[in-house]
Design a binder for this molecule. Structure first.
Ligand code: SAH
Ligand code: SF4
Ligand code: F3S
Length: 453
């Protein structure tokens, strides 16, 4: 059989999946495949999947069903399912969709070439055993030419009672500071201006690496990593996600304030504003501790943007407990809050609890919280009105070709008039003239030559 030559990847889920897809696309291109946007035109289809909530998982099956039908007509089509549904379901997926050629978990992303070679030799392959993640040897094919994801720690050792991530992403595995720095240096040489360091629980970075300081702390922490990579020339902005309130340190806040390239934006999910629910979730902090973290950030960096995730309708959540989430949302004033109705997940403790909240109540709570979130986000946007914000230009505005778009340091999406061919990758001071809850519009401020950024 001659190997197919055109590939299509659809990515579901979080930034880790996006980063994995970019690496898998890089592997396919070094194997001689070319990318196509239209799945029906591809000879190899890869779905990189998410199972964080039931609706995410169901979406995968509907996509897959369509391509499995196509494969019955075109037996040369190669069908690959990667990511978290693949890891969760493993071999069972082959029973459900016998047309699949390859089922591969997230830890196997960098092994795609090896796995596909087994497929092209006529095998149906399942790769879901726990392994040491292979250090990346391929050039990822990145979606952006300006901003790049950099994995720093894979997996998660927490056991939040609602969450599938530890089951599907495995135990924590930190990359070495040297490997991370090498990747960032290469990115800067390719013209990238911004990097986002990624981990499901990024505060755990370095715990599994050797070395302890005389004061008894781990030798390599996220804070140390920020200092270690900060001077890479050409990289103008550094971000990181996701932070866990249980491990978030004041030392990290101080480092962010001190290091000019680290953006004033923190993504710290709180999940619930109620202490009993937080305890049942196994989160390991109280809402008071969460508030203290935010207070400290705001003392040190008054301008910092704060975003988070929250879940409504966790088993046993009463109206009063939900109102504690509303209160926290109200008083903190998030720039962005990702909200979700609790979804029972296979293999997690909370899914088996008897005090599940009804779908009607969950939906109602979600609506009420979402309403508050947009009111508060609109308030937070007001502080940009009339200000000059530094925007890193990423792309053309897809809805208005006379405009370009990028983000402020606080991560607000911002549009302004300009030509993308000249401005891509530039840091432009933009005077904000219009504010909306989750985006801004402005006019570029004329730069004098040689003026500082
Ligand atoms: N590691 C991050 C988040 C990982 S998952 C953290 O610890 O915060 C991304 C978000 O999905 C979570 O923050 C949570 O808000 C949501 N989530 C996870 N499991 C969920 C479930 N079973 N039902 C609904 N939302 C869930
Ligand atoms: Fe899931 Fe908790 Fe790990 Fe986040 S910290 S990925 S919510 S188990
Ligand atoms: Fe989804 Fe897996 Fe990310 S379950 S949220 S793609 S870690």
């Amino acid at each position: 059989m001659t190997s197919p030559r055109r590939y299509h990847i659809t990515t579901f889920g979080c930034q880790m999946n996006k980063a994995d897809s970019e690496r898998m696309a890089g592997i396919l291109e070094t194997m001689g495949f070319e990318s196509v946007a239209e799945p029906d035109a591809a000879d190899l289809i890869l779905y990189n999947t998410c199972t964080i909530r039931d609706n995410a998982e169901q979406k995968v099956y509907s996509y897959l069903g369509r391509q499995a039908a196509r494969k019955r007509e075109q037996p040369n089509l190669t069908l690959v399912i990667a990511g978290c549904v693949a890891q969760q379901e493993g071999e069972q997926l082959l029973q459900r969709v016998p047309e699949l050629d390859l089922v591969m978990g997230p830890q196997h992303a960098n092994r795609l070439q090896d796995l596909l070679e087994q497929v092209f030799n006529g095998n149906q392959v399942v790769a879901t055993e726990a392994i040491q993640v292979m250090e990346d040897i391929t050039q990822p094919r990145r979606d952006s030419q300006v901003t790049a994801w950099v994995n720093v720690i894979y997996g998660c050792n927490e056991r939040c009672t609602y969450c599938v991530v530890p089951n599907v992403r495995g135990i924590e595995q930190s990359r070495t500071p040297a490997a991370i720095r090498t990747e960032i240096v290469a990115l800067s040489q390719q013209g990238y201006k911004e990097v986002t360091l990624l981990g499901q629980n990024i505060d755990a970075y370095g715990r599994d690496l050797p070395g302890v300081t005389p004061e008894g702390r781990y030798q390599q922490t996220l804070t140390d990593l920020l200092y270690y990579i900060h001077d890479v020339p050409g990289i103008e902005r550094i971000r990181f996600a996701t932070s866990h309130p249980r491990y978030f340190t004041e030392r990290l806040i101080r480092a962010c304030a001190e290091l000019p390239k680290v953006c004033e934006h923190f993504h710290i999910p709180f999940q619930s504003g109620d202490n009993a629910i937080l305890k049942a979730m196994g989160r390991g902090y109280t809402q008071e501790k969460y508030r203290r973290i935010i207070d400290t950030i705001r003392q040190v960096m008054p301008e910092a943007a704060i975003s988070a995730d929250a879940i409504v309708g966790f088993p046993g959540e009463t109206e009063e407990q939900f109102e504690n989430t509303l209160k926290l949302t109200e008083t903190i004033g998030f720039d962005l809050l990702n909200t979700a109705a609790y979804s029972p997940r296979p293999g997690t403790p909370a899914a088996l609890w008897s005090d599940q909240v009804s779908e009607v109540v969950k939906r109602d709570r979600l609506q009420r919280l979402n309403h508050l979130v947009s009111v508060k986000a609109a308030e937070r946007s007001q502080r940009y009105q009339g200000q000059v914000a530094e925007v890193l230009v990423e792309d053309q505005n897809p809805k208005n070709p006379t405009q370009v778009m990028g983000r402020t340091r606080g991560n607000r999406l911002t549009f302004f008039p300009g030509d993308i061919t000249q401005l891509r990758g530039c840091l432009v001071p933009v005077q904000i003239t219009e504010v909306r809850a989750f985006s801004l519009t402005g006019e570029p401020v004329l730069m004098l030559s040689g003026a500082p950024r």
